[in-house]
Write a protein that binds this ligand. Structure first.
Ligand code: ATP
Ligand code: MG
Length: 200
């Protein structure tokens, strides 16, 4: 569905495990009234993840992406979804308005993952993922670079300012594309309408 048919935007919040996706999405959803679409929960609810064969990491699920898309298609079509997942390139670009890639300092991420009691192999894999900017590359390859925004999420203040800026972006998107459009007509284009505004 083209963006003009949605009355609220669909936003992906992605990044390496532990960067702060869920914490950010929860607060953003509370503040904006948009729906936190936590893909981990969708996978559990619809039982669409198969246990991996990795003996070091038996809890990792391999997700059937086609089935996942079937499960969330209606919600994406409706709009107003904050999609929370550690992958992003499977969501159809026509349904996505903004992609936020959260980033975290190595030492901070290490401490967060260690606190989860991750084994050494899983910890190292995730650290490599962050250092190699895997999610940022994935997002830039899958979506128009204009809608991909990299946001630091090291400290609480970073999260607060990220949420504030995304909230502002949502308000502007609604004025330009959603039900507020008519009221906003004639106001002209603002810098804040461009996702690049979030780069700060
Ligand atoms: N910007 C931040 N400042 C301080 N603490 C943070 C920040 N972001 C996340 N945290 C903390 O880091 C931990 C991991 O955050 P969270 O669970 O939101 O990560 P996640 O990206 O959703 O991970 P996963 O991919 O495994 O679901 C939590 O304890 C959270 O409170
Ligand atoms: Mg999470």
């Amino acid at each position: 569905m083209p963006a003009m048919m949605r009355t609220a935007p669909n936003i992906i919040v992605t990044g390496t495990p532990g960067v702060g996706k869920t914490t950010t999405c929860e607060e953003l959803a509370t503040k904006t009234g948009l729906h936190h679409l936590n893909i981990n929960e969708v996978v559990k609810k619809h039982n669409i993840g198969e246990a991996s064969n990795d003996p070091d990491d038996p809890n990792t699920k391999i997700v059937d992406e086609d089935r996942l898309l079937d499960c969330i298609e209606n919600e994406l079509e409706e709009g107003g979804q904050i999609v929370d997942w550690h992958a992003c390139d499977l969501f159809p670009p026509s349904m996505i308005d903004l992609v936020c890639v959260l980033r975290c300092d190595n030492k901070t991420l290490y401490d967060r993952l260690k606190a989860r009691n991750y084994g050494e192999k899983k910890l190292q894999e995730n650290m490599d993922c962050e250092i190699m900017e895997v999610l940022l590359d994935e997002a830039r390859e899958a979506y128009d670079e204009q809608i991909v925004v990299e946001l630091r999420s090291d400290k609480t203040e970073d999260m607060d300012s990220n949420i504030e800026r995304i909230e502002q972006w949502i308000q502007n998107w609604k004025k330009d594309n959603g039900k507020d459009k008519v009221e906003a007509q004639g106001e002209g284009q603002r810098d804040e309408d461009n996702p690049m505004f979030l780069h700060g």
